[in-house]
Unconditional design. Structure first.
Length: 324
């Protein structure tokens, strides 16, 4: 654990009580100067820390910008082995997670960033990832037990975990467009890209890479017209975007892991249905390269979409784009 993490934890544990630089230095076994430097760093990261004469430092405001130390503090009791790596600027957090797994094949790690220069979406599409407009992150999940068939369930678990975390932290109502898009106010505000390192010899998965991009704010009117038609920000008025990004991510992680721990029971399927966009509505879809229509009935236990077709039969889709 870094000194910054330890100092921040002491402040967060202390709540409103001031703590002297000397006490912190003694507790953490470092010099007062080292404590002072960390406090200056925390201030630069958006924490408001005041000095009260003869009492010490007091944390007055917690930063709401992405901070790996704050996320770690929030999830530490449940996910002590998770490494959290933050970078201001990356190509793609999914790519970082993949490279990390090559060197550390057994380490669960979270990569977070405020900007991606080559954000990737499904089916080879790019994902708009402009600086300070969104939250971009990937979880590298090594495994010896996930089967190739279970991959789709990671997207389902992540979608519900994120929908719940967003509703709790932003009070914006969320819907899930099967299978991996979260919508708010009629716009796609979150995209999920699940990738896997497969071991074809034993039909097992060595690791799952789960990448999520959240459009928090931003002017989408200058983007490619195809993106504009569908995507938008969670907060069309940036001044209303008052939420702590670290609380959102830690809630997502805790929700996601609560599902992962009981994967065989699949409690998230029922919850996914409650968020499903277009339930009982007619949609267009493509199956076996044929354009078709049907009514959305829900999803099955494998996360496949259930559709009632034109001749009243129930079909399941495991990969197709649906259009309203
Ligand atoms: C989609 O909508 O097609 C999926 C978009 C997934 C975007 C996220 S952002 C974090 C992670 N890194 C990437 O390059 N892609 C995913």
């Amino acid at each position: 654990m870094s000194l910054t993490y330890k100092v921040l934890s002491s402040f967060l544990d202390q709540a409103d009580t001031p703590i002297s630089g000397q006490t912190l230095a003694n507790q953490l076994g470092v010099s007062r100067n080292s404590i002072w430097k960390v406090i200056e760093q925390l201030k630069a990261e958006g924490y408001q820390i005041t000095s009260i004469p003869s009492q010490g430092y007091q944390l007055k405001h917690i930063s709401s910008m992405l901070d790996p130390n704050q996320i770690m503090y929030l999830v530490q009791d449940h996910l002590p082995d998770l490494s959290i790596i933050y970078a201001d600027w990356v190509t793609s957090t999914n790519d970082l997670a993949k490279s990390h797994l090559i060197e550390h094949p057994k380490q669960t790690a979270l990569f977070i960033s405020n900007h991606q220069s080559k954000g990737r979406g499904r089916q080879g599409r790019s994902f708009h990832s402009d600086i300070q407009e969104g939250i971009y992150f990937s979880l590298a999940l090594p495994s010896e037990t996930y089967s190739i068939e279970s991959i789709g369930l990671f997207t389902i678990m992540a979608a519900v975990a994120m929908a719940k975390a967003l509703e709790k932290n932003t009070e914006v109502a969320i819907k899930i467009k099967w299978v991996n898009d979260l919508f708010a106010g009629g716009r796609k505000v979150v995209g999920i890209l699940t990738e896997a390192n497969a071991n074809l010899e034993n039909q097992q998965i060595d690791a799952v890479i789960l990448g999520i991009g959240i459009n928090v704010v931003g002017d989408f009117s200058k983007l490619d017209p195809d993106i504009q038609k569908v995507a938008g920000p969670l907060f069309p008025h940036p001044e209303s975007a008052h939420f702590n990004r670290n609380h959102l991510l830690s809630d997502f992680l805790l929700n996601f892991y609560s599902y992962l721990h009981v994967l065989p029971a699949r409690p998230f399927i029922e919850e996914y249905r409650t968020y499903l966009l277009g339930l009982n509505q007619r949609v267009c879809f493509t199956k076996n390269q044929e354009k078709r229509q049907g009514i959305i009935l829900g999803i099955n236990q494998d996360g496949h979409l259930l559709i009632q077709n034109e001749v009243q039969e129930i079909e399941s889709l495991n990969s197709s784009e649906i259009h309203f």
